[in-house]
Design a protein around this ligand. Structure first.
Ligand code: GDP
Length: 483
């Protein structure tokens, strides 16, 4: 009964969206990616490009001068925070600092007035929804029982790449028999240890991707909520939870998490998206090594599974929006020389194709791009002995690599790592990727550059932000709706 009500609600939502669509063509674009993938920077750059875009040769509608204007308008959903475009742009341009990262869902509406190629005037309403990729990776949980979740989480935690990071949690678990009477303090302690383990897997040098439940890392407005006080337990196979046991308590909380947290996100936000860009910090995974790359691949399976969620009932099949295009984007391509941009794209393409081959596909058109939403570096050739080597130049953020390694003011030239021509080479664990290095070969893999200086017009407004292939992303995501 509940699921019927649920589906009727979804259908009603969809009908309302469709009715609006008839009078007012609307596109809901989801922007997601794990923390630090580059969602805030990408979203800010996308809005800025649409509002003041230049230098977008591959985004045809813009290149052909057919976009008359794009204006911000009040968003349709009052209960969702607004994406702080103005604040983020000011941080980026005025302070040359990176804006505050995405920690919850936010939204912004942009109305684009354009001239269709066959003449006349039209407008397209673009609703942008920026949300943590951790929440997207929660959707496959809807099809899992607590026992499935516990078994999968523990096999991940015990895998060689993670076992050391999981040791404190696994230690706590050893002392927690599922049959003991439920105890709030013990549940809290296990949940805290489990959360610490997930967080340890997200540090730059480890860079794991597959870390459900997503709200443990990105709680949004659930910070400190009892909905998050559960953890996987070591269950004997086929074990039924005895009433009043720790097992029963954890199972109940897991089910509550699915019903009160994951399903509402699916119904109210995800199921209403038309298109989706998934940002991935592929370079961070490459820098962290083969285990991180393998984990990223597993996470891609989860992402593709998420796009199929909710497809399995006749009611939703009839009424539901379909996500018809998905773009996977490797971000921060400005950390590489342009000779490697295609290679970065090829690596991501291979990851996505392998995941697609394992899953049943999504029914959506899928593409892959390597981009930098805001390009923080430029290229140069640096003489080193007799050789001339390609280098990238930017201003490293202050205080990295020791207190006074960088002052945040001076430029530095670094040698980007060479990506292999054949992406298959990277899947050979004996072949690590070496990221940025300085002239002495120092390890700058995780170096962060400050945002670039931006030219302004006579009124002091920022002109186009430099980027890499942002126009290609825009053309794929919006081009056909502006034709
Ligand atoms: P979010 O957590 O997905 O919202 O990630 P952000 O958009 O906040 O980006 C995280 C960090 O990645 C930023 O603070 C920057 O240091 C870096 N970053 C994001 N996009 C770019 C880019 O296009 N170029 C460069 N060089 N760095 C970027």
């Amino acid at each position: 009964y509940e699921s019927l009500v649920e589906e009727a609600r979804l259908a009603a939502f969809t009908l309302l969206d469709r009715a609006e669509e008839l009078t007012n063509p609307t596109l809901r674009l989801g922007i997601t990616g794990l923390s630090r993938a580059g969602k805030t920077v990408f979203t800010t750059a996308l809005i800025h490009a649409l509002m003041r875009g230049e230098r977008m040769p591959v985004f045809r509608a813009m290149h052909e001068g057919r976009i008359a204007r794009a204006n911000l308008e009040p968003q349709p959903d009052d209960a969702v925070p607004r994406f702080d475009y103005e604040g983020h742009l000011a941080t980026l341009v005025d302070e040359r600092r990176w804006p505050e990262s995405t920690r919850r869902i936010s939204e912004l509406r942009l109305v684009i007035d354009y001239a269709p190629a066959r003449g006349g005037r039209r407008s397209l309403t673009l609703d942008i929804v920026d949300y943590p990729g951790e929440w997207l990776l929660d959707l496959p949980l809807l099809h899992q029982s607590y026992a499935d979740f516990a078994a999968q989480s523990l096999s991940l935690a015990r895998a060689p790449a993670r076992a050391a990071l999981a040791a404190p949690f696994l230690g706590g678990l050893a002392a927690a028999s599922p049959e003991v009477p439920a105890d709030e303090a013990q549940a809290r302690q296990l949940a805290a240890l489990f959360t610490d383990y997930l967080a340890a897997c997200r540090t730059e040098s480890v860079s794991m991707s597959l870390l459900p439940p997503g709200r443990f890392l990105m709680p949004g407005d659930l910070e400190g909520s009892p909905a998050l006080t559960f953890a996987p337990l070591d269950l004997p196979s086929g074990a039924e939870a005895a009433p009043g046991s720790l097992h029963a308590m954890m199972e109940r909380r897991f089910e509550a998490y699915k019903e009160r947290v994951v399903r509402p996100f699916f119904r109210d936000h995800f199921a209403r998206l038309d298109r989706q860009i998934v940002l991935i910090d592929v370079l961070a995974a490459l820098n962290a090594g083969p285990a991180a790359l393998a984990d990223l691949e597993a996470a891609l399976d989860g992402i593709l599974a998420a796009f199929r969620t909710g497809r399995d009932s006749w009611l939703t099949a009839l009424f539901r929006h379909r996500i018809d295009k998905v773009l996977f984007a490797a971000t921060k391509a400005d950390h590489l020389h342009h000779a490697s941009h295609d290679r970065l794209e090829a690596i991501l393409r291979r990851l996505v194709e392998r995941a697609l081959a394992r899953t049943e596909g999504t029914g959506a058109e899928i593409d892959v791009v390597a981009l930098a939403a805001v390009r923080a570096t430029r290229e140069a050739s640096v003489k080193r002995g007799r050789a001339t080597l390609p280098a990238i130049i930017g201003v490293p953020e202050a205080g990295q690599h020791g207190a006074d390694a960088f002052d945040g003011l001076a430029e530095a030239a670094v040698f980007p790592g060479d990506l292999p021509e054949n992406p298959a080479a990277l899947f050979d664990p004996s072949l690590g990727f070496r990221g940025l290095a300085d002239a002495e070969g120092g390890d700058f893999r995780f170096l962060r550059f400050r945002p670039p200086p931006v030219t302004r017009n006579a009124e002091g407004r920022a002109l186009a932000l430099p980027h890499i292939r942002l126009d290609r992303a825009l053309d794929f995501l919006l081009g056909d709706r502006l034709r």
